[in-house]
Write a protein that binds this ligand. Structure first.
Ligand SMILES: Cc1ncc(C[n+]2csc(CCOP(=O)(O)OP(=O)(O)O)c2C)c(N)n1
Length: 651
């Protein structure tokens, strides 16, 4: 669609402009917003399905509420494109998720309309509750605070902690429950079944809402009597449907379920309920991918589809003619299945990412041995601990940045009890366009200080396989394997698996002047950087792939400490407390007077961009690593060491 064919969208530079549009035209605004999102995401990839599903909710919220004074807190924030477009960011939207462009998630750094920074799931109720309570404490009683949370995000424990607190403290929080029966994959579990059950008792809910309005208008219901009425409602409903309403049981007023794609209906009910004092939930039924047929039909694939042809629905994958390595995720999934076939104690656990981490490969063959536990990382780890305690061998796969949620579960439930839980950290290192909330850059540092853990990082796919094979051997204890998103390095990845000696690194290349120590896949750009340097200088560089952060290969480190004055460590994680720090501590503790330069991510968050751009900015691509080696050479070696390139050229 061209700019001229939009009647409304290009006239909306803020919610004030939206409010000026007659209410009976909002359906057209929604169609335009939906079309704009489809067109933009087809050219510049991002989240699609969730954003199409929230178009009407977004328009209705900005129509009814007075943002940014009123606060909208989006959960996860992957569904907030409409919100960004209506709040002054339409013309920049083509930069979404790109380096220096808009962030793919709400962030207060970007706009005052982004009430709270998000990216990880299940935070909205807690954060919005804090804001609502703060407003009341400040006597700012007119401010409305709205949390918009999906049924997927509701499966996270934090959301329930928020609900529990919501019912206890004085607040006027409104929770919009965006129920599409999907997370990235279809949702399983008790809560989603519960939502289906209350949805099917729709007639009762409608009747009750009407009765509530009539009684309120007659002055029969007031705030004081409200709780008693809620109690009465619950009793009637329980009698009628043999079921209690969880929210009302918690003293949170429940409205709905309503059609989340009926913008007019949403405006009406939001206007009605916005001034009701006390916490309330509006349950909206939506469809993920709404309004774009391919995305409606296949919601998991269209969660974040990459580029696509809008007319045909064809997704544009790069046409590859030569054999390429598989993704690390595929190798994990295939290897897990291979191991599970051999060992029936193996079970697999994922917090809502079965397709993302490729656990669905095993799920197809052994559905009873794969557990998608919802967006519940802490629970996933402790549940795995329970399985391990009873002799099962759980492979618990969690994205590195999401594992941050499960820190105490790792310490208290796994490490302290030395249970054989295999924790596979997918998406380690820089992940790219998802940005600051999603980079897996803290794991080495946050895991290293935990006793009893074995922490490993394969540099390629055969090593990933060997480590997975090793981790499921008897009495291995807690075992961490971290690997990045995306393409591997080896075409013939399906190598026979062998046991990897724990705490044993590998000297990839001998040398005598400088030692480069790497961990994980960052070894690969380092290999090229070393070759570049040796072409340019009369310097020979040794390369050690440590493979294990814990236990460290002490024999290898003694060798390095004795033989080198210049050491460079390279890691795709934070410098402070990470791999380089471990090496530095070892050398200091053993009185080696070696110079150590640590390459990694300095003390800052990393924004969004392609992994290539970000690694280049961080000085962790081949060029950056070469440059750092060069700096060490310039500083520490006589210039005679330099290859006489110019002389050679003249002769
Ligand atoms: C802590 C955490 N774990 C996992 C994810 C990955 N993730 C992003 S969106 C999503 C599904 C969210 O489902 P829901 O809230 O129902 O929203 P929908 O996409 O269905 O609109 C998941 C699992 C995340 N962002 N944060």
């Amino acid at each position: 669609m061209t700019k001229d064919s939009y009647k409304y969208l290009y006239k909306i530079d803020s919610p004030v402009d939206l409010k000026a549009i007659p209410r009976n035209e909002l359906t057209n605004v929604c169609s335009e917003l939906r079309q704009f999102i489809i067109d933009e995401v087809s050219k510049n990839p991002g989240h699609l399905g969730a954003n199409l599903g929230t178009v009407e909710i977004t328009v209705a919220l900005h129509y009814v509420f007075n943002t940014p004074y009123d606060r909208i807190v989006w959960d996860v924030g992957h569904q907030a494109y409409g919100h960004k477009i209506l709040t002054g960011r339409r013309d920049k939207f083509h930069t979404n998720r790109q380096l220096n462009g808009l962030c793919g998630f709400p962030t207060p750094k970007e706009s005052e309309y982004d009430a709270f920074g998000v990216g990880h799931s299940s935070t909205s109720i807690s954060a919005a509750l804090g804001m609502s309570v703060a407003s009341l404490l400040k006597d700012d009683c007119d401010r409305q605070v709205v949390a918009v949370i999906g049924d997927g995000a509701m499966t996270g424990g934090l959301a329930f902690e928020g609900l529990n607190n919501t019912s206890m403290d004085k607040n006027n929080l409104l929770i919009i429950l965006n129920d599409n029966q999907m997370a990235i994959d279809p949702i399983k579990g008790g809560f989603s079944q519960y939502l289906i059950d209350i949805t099917t008792s729709r007639a009762y809910n409608k009747l009750r809402y009407r009765a509530y309005k009539v009684l309120k208008n007659m002055g029969v219901i007031n705030e004081k009597k409200k709780n008693r009425i809620i109690g009465f409602n619950n009793t009637v409903k329980a009698a009628l449907t043999k079921q209690h309403n969880i929210f009302e049981g918690l003293n949170i007023r429940y409205f709905g379920p309503v059609d989340g794609h009926d913008v007019d209906g949403l405006v009406r009910i939001l206007s009605d309920i916005k001034n009701f004092k006390g916490p309330k939930v509006l349950h909206c039924i939506t469809q993920k991918g709404k309004g774009y047929e391919p995305a409606e039909k296949s919601a998991t694939e269209w969660h974040a589809p990459g580029k696509f042809n809008v007319a045909t629905g064809e997704r544009k994958t790069s046409k590859v003619t030569v054999p390429t390595p598989r993704l690390f995720q595929d190798v994990f999934g295939e290897t897990l299945l291979e191991l599970a076939k051999e060992n029936d104690k193996i079970v697999a656990i994922t917090p809502a990412m079965p397709s993302g981490c490729c656990m669905n490969i095993m799920q197809r063959e052994y559905p009873n041995r794969v557990f998608d536990v919802g967006i519940a990382e802490g629970h996933a780890v402790t549940f795995s601990a329970g399985l391990a305690k009873e002799g099962m061998i759980p492979f618990c796969n969690i994205y590195s940045s999401f594992m941050q949620r499960a820190y105490d579960n790792i310490i208290h439930d796994v490490a302290l009890q030395q249970l054989n839980v295999i924790m596979c950290l997918d998406r380690a290192g820089i992940v790219g366009s998802d940005g600051a909330t999603h980079h897996g850059m803290f794991d080495l540092a946050y895991m290293r200080c935990i006793p009893h853990l074995t922490i490993s990082a394969p540099r390629n796919e055969p090593e990933l396989r060997n480590l997975m094979y090793t981790a499921q051997q008897k009495n291995m204890g807690p075992f961490v394997i971290r690997y990045p998103r995306g393409m591997g390095f080896t075409i013939d990845w399906k190598t026979p698996m062998k046991i990897q000696e724990i705490g044993k690194g590998e000297c990839i290349k001998n040398g005598k002047d400088i030692a480069i120590l790497t961990i994980g896949t960052i070894a690969n750009p380092a290999v090229t950087a070393i070759a570049d340097i040796e072409n340019k200088y009369e310097i020979s560089v040794a390369h050690y792939d440590m493979r294990f952060l814990k236990p460290l290969d002490e024999e290898m480190l003694h060798e390095v400490g004795k033989n080198f004055n210049q050491i460079i460590t390279v890691e795709d994680g934070v410098i402070q407390g990470g791999f380089g720090s471990a090496v530095l501590e070892f050398l200091a503790d053993n009185n080696y007077k070696t110079n150590v330069k640590r390459l990694g991510i300095s003390d800052n968050f990393v924004e969004h961009g392609t992994p290539e751009e970000l690694y280049a900015l961080l000085g962790l691509d081949t060029r950056g690593i070469s440059k750092s080696i060069e700096e060490v050479i310039e500083k520490s070696f006589s210039l005679k060491k330099r290859k006489l390139e110019n002389t050679n050229k003249i002769s």
